[in-house]
Design a binder for this molecule. Structure first.
Ligand code: GAL
Length: 418
């Protein structure tokens, strides 16, 4: 009896392994993955591609990247390709309005509900995230991570040397900033245009609080209201304490200024934590410190990178295999510890994540969640493009009222306000 039981187990194993091998053998040819994870933003994606290649050895992956933080350049190239009928097999896209309000409304994405059913993913990802990936008509992409945008970074050893502490509010920042300036230190480093928007969203959250911040994106709080004008005013005061060469710096260079002791603080998404620990070998805790950006403790400004199937993608089967890989537990736990993001899955093994990411995972569980502007959650591409111009003008003239008026026009034109 025992012998037969073993025989049947062995037979099942042969069948399962055989079918698995047949499934990966059917997946062959090329797979073009399009993203902005180039250069020192690349290690996490490269590890994920290596995992895919180990599962599907007959596929050659083309890692097509266009450099430029937050996808400023990649998104323009993608748009040309999509509109020209030349989509990549899959592309990096932020869950939320960048996906839904840009590509889904234009009927450019395939519904992936069947894949979520097949892979049993309905309980694997948090409910909040489904809100950003879906419409009533379907689910449009597979999330690979969750990033936090409202993080203040610093080097504890330097703060001690300069006799200051990480500010919990902007008032505290204004108290310590002159002290830093006296010592020849730039209080807050900033980089190119999109990093100013990144800072702006943290300032907006601090001034408005999570409810009104969300109201702004729901069209319920006017851009011309006194509170929003106050956001621009405070943002302008903060800019007085930033580096004058900001427009020519990438986000990595703005982070470098903190690590090298030229600046005290930087507000960036937690890809900066990945950059510091993986590329610069500056580790969380002993090396760098972090806190919620001033005035935003208890709120987690979230964003998520995801991938889907663009309509007409050349290698659909290979793309499906890619999506299965990135949505799997193994895929998420390979990618995220290197990326500086937490897993989008609820069942990840936190022991594989560093101190910073463990704390981010805890905060994601306990904090109030709001969506990032600079990284595609709350606004569509139309708004984002025009808001970059509003930002450029504000950086030059610091006119809060004019910026609020201009942003109002942009919100109306992009269908986000009346
Ligand atoms: C964000 C993206 C992150 C990171 C960052 C800097 O938009 O979600 O994964 O790549 O840009 O480029």
């Amino acid at each position: 009896m025992k012998k037969y039981r073993w025989l049947s187990v062995a037979l099942c194993l042969v069948l399962v392994l055989g079918l698995g091998a047949a499934a990966s053998a059917a997946v062959e040819g090329e797979l073009e993955i399009f993203s902005w994870w180039a250069g020192d933003e690349g290690p996490a994606l490269e590890a994920l591609i290596a995992l895919y290649e180990s599962k599907y050895p007959n596929v050659t992956v083309i890692n097509a990247t266009v450099t430029g933080g937050s996808g400023v350049n990649a998104k323009a190239v993608l748009k040309t390709r999509m509109l020209g009928g030349d989509p990549p097999d899959s592309f990096q896209v932020h869950a939320g309005q960048e996906l839904i309000g840009t590509w889904v409304v234009a009927d450019r994405m395939e519904d992936l509900t069947w894949l979520f059913e097949e892979e049993d993913w309905f309980d694997a990802f948090p409910e909040d995230l489904f809100g950003l990936l879906s419409t009533e008509e379907g689910i449009w992409s597979v999330p690979v991570n969750i990033h936090r945008s409202n993080v203040l970074y610093f080097i504890p050893e330097n703060l001690e040397k300069w006799g200051v502490e990480a500010p919990q509010t902007w008032d505290e920042f204004f108290e310590i900033a002159p002290k830093l300036v006296e010592q020849g230190v730039i209080p807050l480093s900033v980089g190119e245009n999109w990093t100013a928007t990144h800072l702006w969203e943290s300032v907006a959250l601090a001034v408005l609080g999570p409810d009104k911040y969300s109201d702004l994106w729901a069209g319920k709080l006017a851009w011309t209201s006194p509170e929003v004008i106050e956001v621009w005013e405070l943002f302008g005061r903060i800019l007085e304490y930033t580096n004058s060469d900001a427009p020519s710096l990438s986000w990595q260079q703005a982070t470098d200024m903190v690590v090298e002791g030229q600046a005290a603080f930087n507000i960036m998404g937690d890809w900066a934590s990945g950059y510091m620990s993986v590329t610069l070998n500056v580790k969380p805790g002993d090396g760098y410190g972090w806190a919620a950006s001033p005035g935003t403790a208890g709120v987690f400004m979230a964003l998520s990178d995801s991938f889907g199937i663009p309509v007409g993608c050349p290698n659909r089967e290979n793309t499906i295999a890619w999506l299965k890989t990135i949505g799997s537990l193994e895929g998420q736990d390979t990618f995220n510890p290197l990326k500086g993001s937490i897993s989008a899955r609820v069942d990840s093994d936190l022991s594989k994540y560093d101190l910073y990411l463990q704390s981010a995972a805890r905060d994601y569980q306990n904090d109030r969640i709001v969506g990032s502007l600079a990284h595609g959650v709350v606004a569509n591409e139309r708004f984002m493009n025009d808001f970059a111009t509003v930002m450029d003008i504000f950086l030059a003239n610091r006119d809060a009222r004019a910026a609020s008026n201009a942003a109002h026009v942009v919100a109306v034109q992009s269908g986000m306000a009346q």
